[in-house]
Ligand binder design. Structure first.
Ligand SMILES: [Cu+2]
Length: 575
């Protein structure tokens, strides 16, 4: 490693950060890598102060909520086996909270107001105190109101107590997020009044002629159900700027490397609403960890990840040239962009946005089409036979007896399919290797391989027309009892997506094993993206406590796509 280079890069980083930007060291415009910088916050006693900050994104000033004067928040670097006490001071005139996303800890330390603790009142304080019993890439964020959208999130890295099985010479955190100049409550209000408000990519006659859009008859059918197949994302680049480590595409956050190094990139999706398709043109990515836990390395050219998911990848750039890190939003209205370069100031070509995807019959839960998923351009030309005829019985509740018949349930998937082998919307035919959940295998054997004793089926439900979101047709405000589990019990949870939008479902305080026939090496995750019209099963060993369980699309959770998993021992106590 060239130490002079690193020192110059660091000095430059410090200089730029002094220009009034509220960015912590790990997120400065140029980073030599987190190994070359002192950790922002580490040790056994940390203090975090939540407050208002001013940010600069692509040169424009923006208001945010951050921590210790920074948005995104400081990097917290811990070591497996240590204990940590984190004092959080609330400098806001409203309640706040911090949830440690993906960390296994006593539920009272999990940080969800009204579920695991009372919240941190305006100008109040709270001390989190817990043992660190895992390693990997995680993050933290507010679980109060819509503060997360305003910058109240940061990365957590936990170094393993033993040797790291992932060999690397240098590492960078690559935290993707979405930023809007609109206040998040204004965004939510617009979605409630007109759910398609931010969709400027509707179908057109010229799109039909170009083979991009649906046939008129198909359009009429979707229209009769008040569904819009171009509604891939609720909130889009019409208001969002997509960020890497707090920087807009023009800011061009740059991560340095020396040719030939093994560079570990810790990708975190900290966005409120954006699923990203991530690639580095001309550079293969070896995926080595999913949601913080090591997996058997798998090489791909692109992966999709939803809000709250993380992937660690290793790249080996051998040439003395720059590479562009591309995080294209799933609806392809915009992209997050950063550069991986041997020297400051180098850039690589930025690829244009690709054609936006159009939802298919499979996304509607109509079953798989002709041996797999149908490309949108083929679907648009009517070249895909649906597994079920398109009719207007999409509200037949027969396949979903547990779902409440409520205006909040617009559709029921008649034939939901296991889509864990699907790379994600828009990635069907990109001409290179893409990741899917069936490619993930845990590096180490699972800690609990008992078969589940029972199964719980939960439907992900919504009404796109009225921006209503729920589990089993009941929004969180109307839930009268939590989902009960017994401490130590092994439960299979099957999630069925009755909507035409993907939902990243997160269970606090647990890792669950995806059921993809990997035996004792099932991939363990804290968040799973349930594809539109799809279903996913996972097995979990219940940990005592009250645990938030919700969609990690911020406005879906806010609208009510949330529940509580209540785990008690035989005596009804939290053991
Ligand atoms: Cu959702």
């Amino acid at each position: 490693m060239n130490l002079n280079l690193d020192r110059r890069a660091m000095m430059r980083g410090v200089g730029l950060a002094g220009a009034g930007l509220s960015l912590p060291g790990w997120a400065r415009p140029v980073s030599a890598g987190t190994t070359a910088l002192p950790p922002e916050l580490s040790g056994e006693e940390l203090t975090l102060t939540v407050g208002h900050v001013m940010r600069a994104i692509d040169g424009k000033p923006a208001h945010g909520i951050g921590i210790n004067g920074h948005a995104p928040a400081p990097l917290i670097r811990l070591k497996e086996g240590q204990r940590v006490r984190i004092h959080v001071e609330n400098g806001l005139d409203e309640e706040t909270s911090i949830h440690w996303h993906g960390l296994l800890l006593p539920f009272q330390m999990d940080g969800v107001p009204g579920v695991s603790f009372p919240g941190i009142p305006a100008r109040g304080r709270f001390t989190y105190d817990f043992p660190v019993i895992q390693s990997g890439t995680y993050w933290y964020h507010s679980h109060s109101g819509l503060q997360e959208q305003m910058g109240h999130y940061g990365p957590i890295l936990i170094d393993p107590k033993d040797a790291d099985p992932v060999g690397f010479d240098r590492e960078h955190v690559v935290m993707l997020s979405d930023h809007s100049p609109l206040h998040p409550h204004a965004i939510f209000r617009k979605l409630k009044l007109e759910p398609g408000y931010f969709n400027r990519q509707r179908q057109t006659i010229s799109g039909l002629l170009a083979g991009r859009d649906q046939r008129p008859s198909e359009r009429a059918e979707w229209g009769a159900m008040r569904m819009d197949p171009t509604d891939i994302a609720d909130v889009t680049a019409t208001t969002y700027t997509y960020l890497v480590n707090g920087h807009g595409p023009a800011d061009n956050w740059t991560a340095l490397f020396s040719p030939g190094e093994r560079v570990r990139l810790r990708f975190v999706n900290a966005s409120a609403m954006t699923t990203f398709n991530v690639r580095i043109p001309d550079l293969a990515m070896s995926v080595v960890a999913a949601d913080g836990l090591n997996i058997r390395p798998v090489e791909v050219d692109e992966f999709q990840f939803a809000p709250a998911e993380t992937y660690d990848v290793v790249v080996i750039p051998r040439e003395d040239r720059a590479f562009t890190i591309v995080g294209e939003s799933i609806d392809r209205s915009g992209m997050a962009r950063a550069t991986l370069a041997p020297r400051v100031g180098m850039t690589a070509p930025v690829p244009p946005l690709r054609r936006r995807p159009v939802a298919t019959m499979t996304d509607m839960g109509m079953g798989a089409m002709g041996g797999g998923d149908c490309a949108p351009e083929h679907a648009a030309m009517g070249h895909c036979a649906a597994g079920a005829p398109m009719d207007h019985s999409m509200r037949d509740f027969t396949p979903a007896p547990g779902v409440k018949r409520d205006p909040g349930v617009q559709t029921i998937s008649p034939m939901p399919t296991d889509r864990t082998g699907y790379p994600g919307q828009g990635l069907e035919n990109v001409g290179h290797r893409t990741l899917n959940y069936r490619m993930l295998e845990s590096l180490t054997p699972n800690p609990d391989t008992r078969p589940p004793g029972r199964e719980i089926v939960i439907h992900l439900t919504g009404n796109m027309e009225r921006y209503m979101w729920s589990f089993d047709g009941v929004k969180f405000a109307h839930v009268d009892k939590p989902i009960p589990m017994r401490s130590g019990e092994r439960v299979r949870v099957t999630l069925i997506n009755d909507t035409m939008m993907g939902h990243p479902i997160h269970l606090h305080g647990h890792f669950f094993e995806l059921v993809t026939d990997k035996g004792a090496h099932a991939p363990r995750k804290h968040t799973v993206l349930v594809q539109p019209g799809g279903k996913v099963s996972w097995d979990v060993t219940a940990e005592p406590g009250d645990w938030a369980f919700h969609c990690h699309m911020l406005y879906h959770m806010h609208a009510g796509m949330m529940q509580v998993v209540q785990v008690r021992d035989a005596g009804g106590k939290v053991a």
